[in-house]
Design a protein. Structure first.
Length: 353
């Protein structure tokens, strides 16, 4: 075991002489940018009810869409076997043209996932073989690759949860796992890229640490993102089109018959209420972080303030427009940007510590 460890340290040491932290940081930030686009496309897929349009997972051949009428009919016939078509789309009079529209968004969402895997795995292999990865970063880069693979797996489990004659939608639990894994991966890419950029500036720099404030803000933001995912999964955004009141009351009526646990995880009125008001707890936490970050980097502080400010306005607009497609998509996209800005701020606090 000692000889293996010594060999590994020697390999890392030799790699360190050829390391190019700046190139790696730019690559990771580019991948992070594509993940933000992926989150936006995922929002479109969700809001257009496109997620169940492809009923099989074919990692390789699935990248090619149907090429003739017979293939399109076979895909449409498979879609007709599930509850979403039998109880929602079919009775609404879905045509082949309608089906092709929702098929496109789900296909594009999956294709973008494959593209992200490609632009991460291929450069990683190249940098690894050329010895350009700094000492201590190989395990972290492999962990990010594993997270990407896990994200694809969670995506399929999410789709599979809705492929039955009883279900008309995917599980909101799996949807939240799928979305939060993507955002966690995004934050990990940002954090690692910032570590590498600092290493390029200061060769003796150590990776940033997660501070107590960073943990607190992250937990508050995680709860808000989780609530948002459940609201999306249960179509709970439609529970009210007024703000700040719901049903002409501050606290709406909701179903307590099955107990508080069920209500907190399933009732659309309660979840909508919690999501709109927990947002202000998140705002308070983010303001504290931004104020702490400002002396270290005014740009990061500004990014946090602008992100949560725009996010709040988009959230209110989403409610008051009855979940207008593009406003709701923008709300999800800015949520991803807010995660990136928060990761930036947390990293700055970890440097000072």
């Amino acid at each position: 075991m000692n000889s293996v460890a010594e060999t590994s340290r020697a390999a890392d040491a030799s790699a360190g002489t050829l390391a190019n932290p700046t190139a790696l940081a730019r690559w990771l930030l580019a991948v992070a940018g594509v993940i933000v686009i992926m989150v936006i496309v995922g929002g479109i897929t969700r809001l257009t009810e496109s997620g169940l349009s492809i009923t099989e997972w074919k990692p390789v051949t699935g990248a090619i869409p149907p090429l003739n009428d017979a293939q399109w009919q076979a895909e449409f016939d498979a879609y007709k076997q599930i509850g979403e078509y039998q109880k929602v789309s079919g009775p609404a009079g879905m045509t082949m043209a309608d089906y092709k529209f929702i098929y496109f968004w789900e296909w594009f969402h999956r294709l973008l996932g494959r593209f992200i895997g490609l632009i991460y795995a291929v450069p990683l292999t190249y940098y690894w073989m050329r010895g350009m990865i700094p000492a201590g970063y190989k395990a972290r880069l492999l962990a990010l690759l594993a997270l990407g693979a896990l994200q694809g797996t969670f995506g399929w489990y999410m789709v599979r949860s809705g492929l039955s004659t009883e279900m008309t939608d995917v599980s909101h639990f799996w949807l939240s796992i799928h979305l939060l894994t993507a955002l966690f991966t995004l934050a990990g890419l940002i954090w690692t890229a910032l570590d590498l950029r600092r290493l390029a500036q200061i060769p003796s720099a150590k990776p940033a640490k997660f501070t107590g404030l960073a943990w607190a803000v992250s937990i508050v933001l995680f709860i808000q993102l989780l609530l948002g995912a459940w609201v999306a999964g249960l179509n709970a955004g439609l529970a009210s089109d007024t703000w700040p009141l719901m049903q002409n009351r501050l606290v709406p009526e909701f179903d307590q018959a099955k107990g508080w646990i069920w209500a907190l995880t399933h009732d659309p009125y309660l979840l909508h209420f919690l999501h709109r008001w927990w947002a202000w707890v998140a705002v308070a936490a983010l303001i504290i972080m931004a104020r702490k970050v400002r002396p270290l980097d005014r740009r990061a502080s500004l990014a946090i303030h602008v992100s949560f400010g725009v996010q709040i306005l988009l959230g209110i607009a989403t409610v008051m427009t009855g979940v207008s497609l593009w406003i709701a998509v923008a709300h999800q996209g800015v949520g991803a940007v807010l995660v990136a800005a928060t990761a930036w701020g947390a990293h700055l606090l970890g440097r000072r510590a």
